[in-house]
Design a protein around this ligand. Structure first.
Ligand code: NDP
Length: 451
């Protein structure tokens, strides 16, 4: 099947055909077709005379499906590169900004709907990295479809070899103590790691010929149609529709010791990490006093293995709603430490062993022995690059303009995942809204008659 993009070069206009199955490209004058089309009429004598093969293009014949897939993977980076800089590509159907669960789910659905999505996956930055917040997480035990198992052999078989460098170390423990069948004895046996899950999602999108650009979108232009996304490098890209899936980043205290113990006892998600061996059977601390902090504390305190959870509250009152406060204050395993901030996270280099606390009223210092610290001091949605062009809710998250639809206030711009969700913030809900956004885009394009 050919993917077609019309391009202009000086005064001439020509059409580039990208063969979705073989990975090859052909360049033809407008009105001509590539000689070896796998769909549509192929009997036009004009093909031979009007259509020539691009010098950097190639067509692969005589290989089976698996071999073509391998060749496709091997050449993927070249294809991405060509799509980034190859002439003035006319408007994309949909550009997806973000590479977490929402971005990849949107890409998978959009690609399978023949929308040829272009994903900007972002670059490494201090607070954001490609593949989203899950890339900061270790085991993900609550994403459906990934029970404990010999995950790594599956991941390595599915993810392109050129991305294996990004796979995290295999945990050196057997996760499921029940040992229900012989598979339990096969090491490595563990829950899928955050990065593995994201690499799988990315691979699934790539398998359907999603194009991926390693760059950040720094602005969008909604002043005219088609819309434009402005990458940090290169020319603005015209697109009919945009899906914003840039996520939200958890706020941290900003202590160097906190940074040093991230994933070694410091976490911003009790639901994600609370049941991990690092934390099991140890006294724990939750920093913050909002609804999230109470939720995190009660979640941890309700775990079978819970010992004691200390909430570190910087004032003499909580911000959380009354009902949530009562839940914390009445829980036998939750202890609230008022008027206190964390000065330093203490540890042995591998795991957290305690916190140095400071009383905000009298300045006194004390140490609290804990095996982990959960930071729940709010999230910041990644909307800065939008420059106020999309309507946000009172908490700064992108506002959906219709109930249970991913449309924003700007026609043709959709939002999915945590950037539009201050409530659920789970990988699976994020993936769900990514799917919704792609379906919304597909229907929106059809309504506008854009093919
Ligand atoms: P909030 O902004 O409501 O609360 C943040 C908390 O962190 C505040 O108590 C704040 O203290 C504290 N904090 C901020 N910075 C620091 C710091 N540097 N050191 C110590 N403490 C700090 O964020 P949440 O994530 O809790 O909630 C976000 C929104 O989501 C809220 O509207 C909430 O109602 C909602 N939500 C609802 C839930 C539910 O209904 N079940 C569950 C979770 C969230 P201070 O008060 O002193 O400013």
């Amino acid at each position: 099947m050919w993917f077609k993009s019309v391009q202009r070069s000086g005064d001439s206009t020509w059409v580039r055909y990208f063969n979705r199955r073989s990975g090859g490209t052909e360049r033809c004058e407008q009105g001509a077709r590539p000689r070896h089309s796998t769909v549509g009429p192929s009997n036009s004598a004009d093909f031979a005379s009007h259509c020539h093969r691009q010098s950097i293009g190639f067509i692969i014949f005589g290989f089976n499906k698996y071999q073509r897939l391998m060749i496709n993977r091997a050449t993927r980076s070249r294809i991405d590169w060509r799509f980034q800089i190859g002439g003035d590509i006319l408007a994309e159907k949909v550009v997806i900004i973000g590479s977490g669960p929402a971005g990849w789910s949107a890409a998978i659905y959009a690609a399978r709907a023949s929308l040829a999505p272009l994903v900007f996956e972002g670059t490494f930055q201090p607070e954001m990295i490609p593949l989203g917040q899950l890339a900061y997480t270790t085991e993900v035990e609550n994403y459906p479809g990934f029970p404990f198992g010999n995950i790594r052999s599956f991941v390595e078989s599915a993810v392109s070899k050129d991305r294996h460098w990004n796979l995290p170390p295999i945990p050196n423990h057997l996760k499921d103590p029940k040992k229900r069948n012989s598979l339990e004895d096969i090491a490595p046996h563990y829950a899928v790691q955050g990065v593995e899950l994201m690499e799988l999602m990315k691979q699934q999108a790539l398998n359907f010929d999603t194009r991926v650009v390693e760059d950040d979108i720094v602005d969008i232009d909604i002043s005219s149609r088609p819309l434009k996304v402005i990458p940090s490098k290169g020319e603005p890209i015209e697109t009919h529709a945009i899906i914003v899936a840039t996520g939200a980043r958890a706020n941290y205290l900003g202590l160097p010791s906190e940074e040093a113990y991230k994933n070694k006892g410091v976490s911003a998600c009790a639901v994600c990490d609370g049941a991990l061996p690092t934390f099991v059977g140890k006294p724990l601390a939750v920093v913050g006093a909002g609804d999230s902090a109470v939720e995190e504390a009660t979640y941890l305190a309700n775990l079978k293995s819970a010992v004691k959870v200390s909430m570190i509250v910087r004032r003499d009152q909580m911000r959380a709603s009354k009902i949530m406060q009562d839940r914390a204050l009445n829980h036998p395993k939750i202890d609230v430490i008022w008027n206190t901030v964390v000065e330093e996270v203490l540890g042995d280099g591998n795991v957290v062993t305690g916190l140095k606390l400071k009383n905000t009223q009298n300045g006194s210092l004390r140490e609290l022995a804990v095996g982990g610290m959960f930071v729940a001091i709010g999230h910041t949605p990644n909307t800065g690059f939008l420059g106020g062009k999309l309507a946000l809710n009172e908490k700064g998250y992108i506002q959906w303009s219709l109930p249970f639809r991913t449309n924003t206030n700007v026609d043709g711009v959709f939002a999915a995942g945590d950037v539009a969700d201050d409530y659920y913030r789970q990988a699976v809900t994020s993936a769900g809204t990514g799917c919704m956004a792609a379906l919304d885009v597909e229907r929106w394009l059809a309504e506008k008659g854009i093919e």
